[in-house]
Design a protein around this ligand. Structure first.
Ligand SMILES: [Zn+2]
Ligand SMILES: [Zn+2]
Length: 323
């Protein structure tokens, strides 16, 4: 990482990459600190939420947002056991290309065995917080189906840590949440990917770019099991707006490095399709960061070592082969 290029915003102290302020968010330029702009815009709503949350905290017993255990005098979102589960799982080695958690011996410079067979993968790398284990699953389901946006705050901290560890922060120009169809949005309490991306943006100072839209309403991926069927279910579902013209300076994706944000990645079909649209728009490099990446059928078991520290990602060029 070239530290000489890192500058910090004077308003909120977030990291800004020098010369990277091209893509606007809600009409604002990225150089003017997206985090501060979005905070101002949401200040009234945030204040109301804070008051409501404080009132609930005062009258309701505090419980872990993941497992429901009572938290005496709780000012934290999750209990120590759930935090340990997430931290330990996050520290396990995973494939730098597809994000699957695997033993180190199964990871190579070109990725895992499956990645070496799948040359058409549109994404340059996948970062993940952990597998779809109970703690992460409860937090994600609470956000997705109950609209618990506090969970997104915690998960965004985890995602920001993943991006720091992968060393992508310095080159990112924008975050792209996986878009939700408006019909699906009517059925859900919140647009979970957008909420995650917004919270992540506040932490890392990289703007959210909501340029890709979902043009087709298809059955939820949770209702489709087979890998081929999941790819078919989302094929051609995403598109750029008809008004999009590459020369528009605030929205020009040509030569940019983007990061797709989503809650869950099972086969990678959705991320692959969104990346295809971004690539068509001229994006130079596309990463993806997700909260959970479940183990695929046939994946070898991975020993869970709660004492492990620091995520071990086998990156191209630094493969050691050591466990
Ligand atoms: Zn818990
Ligand atoms: Zn892989």
């Amino acid at each position: 990482m070239n530290l000489a290029r890192v500058t910090r915003c004077l308003a909120v102290g977030c990291v800004l990459a020098a010369g990277k302020g091209l893509i606007g968010v809600d009409g604002a330029r990225a150089n003017s600190c997206t985090a501060a702009a979005s905070r101002q815009g949401k200040s009234v709503l945030s204040a109301i939420k804070e008051v409501w949350r404080g009132w609930l905290d005062a009258v309701l017993p505090q419980t872990c947002a993941a497992c429901g255990v009572w938290l005496p005098g709780g000012s934290v979102l999750i209990c120590e056991a759930c935090r340990l589960q997430i931290t330990a799982d996050s520290a396990l080695p995973y494939c730098w290309r597809c994000g699957r958690t695997l033993p180190s011996a199964a990871l190579h410079e070109e990725g895992c065995a499956r990645c070496r067979l799948e040359r058409h993968w549109n994404v340059a790398g996948v970062g993940r917080v952990g597998r779809y284990l109970p703690a992460l699953r409860s937090l994600l389901l609470g956000l997705k189906y109950r609209g618990r946006e506090r969970n997104a705050e915690f998960l965004a901290d985890c995602l920001a840590e993943v991006l720091r560890r992968r060393g992508w922060l310095i080159e990112l120009d924008g975050l792209v949440p996986v878009p939700m169809h408006w019909l699906r949005r009517l059925q859900r309490p919140c647009d979970h990917a957008a909420v995650l991306a917004s919270a992540l943006s506040e932490r890392i100072g990289v703007p959210v770019v909501r340029l890709v839209r979902r043009s087709k309403h298809t059955p939820s991926q949770t209702t489709v099991a087979a890998k081929a069927a999941r790819f078919a279910n989302v094929r051609g579902c995403f598109a750029l707006p008809r008004w999009y013209q590459p020369p528009w300076p605030k929205r020009d994706l040509r030569g940019r490095t983007m990061c797709i944000v989503d809650n869950l990645m099972v086969t990678g079909a959705t991320v692959h399709e969104v990346a295809k649209v971004l690539r068509r728009a001229g994006a130079k490099r596309i990463y993806a960061v997700v909260v959970a990446r479940p183990a695929a059928p046939g994946d070898p078991p991975t020993a869970w070592d709660p004492l492990a520290s620091g995520t071990s990602v086998v990156q191209p060029g630094v493969f050691s082969g050591a466990e």
